[in-house]
Design a protein around this ligand. Structure first.
Ligand code: NDP
Length: 276
């Protein structure tokens, strides 16, 4: 496995397994430097969102990088307050303009909202058919939310981006993804650095001569899960991609799976009413 490893989405498009997440990075240099460092380190995948308010600087960094557009995967996400048919179309155009692109590789519905889901999805399907995005997907969808989604449409999203790491490993959701041909993408894959002191993680890191962050990223990669660790620091961006010179044993992957304890790194849980 190398940094160029991809998975093939249900529509045949190949998506790089490792990307840089840019949530909470501010414009005015932080995003520019991080995306630049990531591209220099060999990343070919950037994950942003309209809601992160940094699409312009992602676009600037990509334009200035000299890396051919065809070699970089760009994901952005539809903001919650723009869900609905017309508003989704307009939001996608705005994102493309800010990113200085004719097409994004992946356009995600950032959060599920039942009331607007059907119209939003129909607009996203049309955007994909018009070539504004190569693939369309969802984010923060639980098993129950998918049950509702599939009462509205027969077409499965290409991707579901959810919080995922060993501490909230969710085999039921992954099984649904497998059954429906949905690629799994892990956000907050490093637990936002909240669980680096876990004894199992520390022991595996010591054994392999790696850091806890690298063990967590390797766990995703060996599961075939797309992973988008965020760092604003060049040395950590490089560290997070330095995961191709070792492998976890199968039983070590299983050991990490066993850390599941419904632990959430994000500050507010999607669907606190019990969808998850
Ligand atoms: P991560 O799990 O990626 O953790 C990021 C944190 O870990 C930052 O504080 C970073 O600090 C630190 N860090 C990164 N690398 C290392 C390292 N090697 N050693 C020590 N600390 C490290 O959290 P995120 O929540 O940012 O998730 C990643 C991406 O997922 C986001 O950027 C975004 O693109 C996406 N996301 C999507 C959501 C959705 O609703 N769809 C929700 C949340 C995230 P520093 O930057 O200072 O280096």
């Amino acid at each position: 496995m190398t940094i160029n490893e991809t998975i093939t989405l249900s529509n045949g498009v190949r998506m790089p397994l490792l990307g840089l997440g840019v949530f909470q990075m501010k414009q005015g240099g932080e995003v520019l430097n991080a995306v630049r460092a990531a591209l220099e380190a060999g990343y070919r995948h950037i994950d942003t969102a309209e809601g992160y308010r940094n699409e312009e600087e992602v676009g600037q960094a990509l334009a200035e990088s000299g890396v051919p557009r065809s070699e970089v995967w760009v994901t952005t996400k539809l903001s919650n307050d723009r869900q609905g048919y017309e508003t989704t179309k307009a939001a996608c155009e705005d994102s493309l303009r800010k990113l200085r692109l004719d097409q994004v590789d992946l356009y995600l519905m950032h959060w599920p909202f039942d009331e607007t889901m059907a119209d939003t999805w129909r607009a996203m399907q049309e955007l994909r058919d018009e070539g504004k995005c190569r693939a369309i997907g969802v984010s923060n969808f639980s098993v129950k939310r998918f049950e509702f989604f599939f009462t509205l449409t027969d077409e499965a999203p290409a991707v579901n981006q959810v919080e995922l790491h060993p501490f909230n490993y969710r085999p039921d959701l992954l099984e649904l993804h497998r059954a429906k041909g949905i690629a799994t993408e892990a956000y907050s894959p490093l637990t936002r650095a909240q669980r680096f002191d876990d004894p199992t993680l520390v022991a595996l890191a010591e054994k392999h001569g790696k850091t806890p962050a690298q063990i967590l990223i390797r766990w995703d990669l060996q599961h075939g899960i797309v992973t988008i660790p965020k760092s604003s620091h060049k040395e950590r961006i490089i560290e997070n991609a330095d995961v191709y010179d070792f492998a976890l044993e199968d039983e070590e992957v299983t050991q990490l799976d066993g850390l599941a304890q419904d632990y959430w790194a994000i500050t507010w849980r999607p669907d606190p009413d019990g969808w998850y």
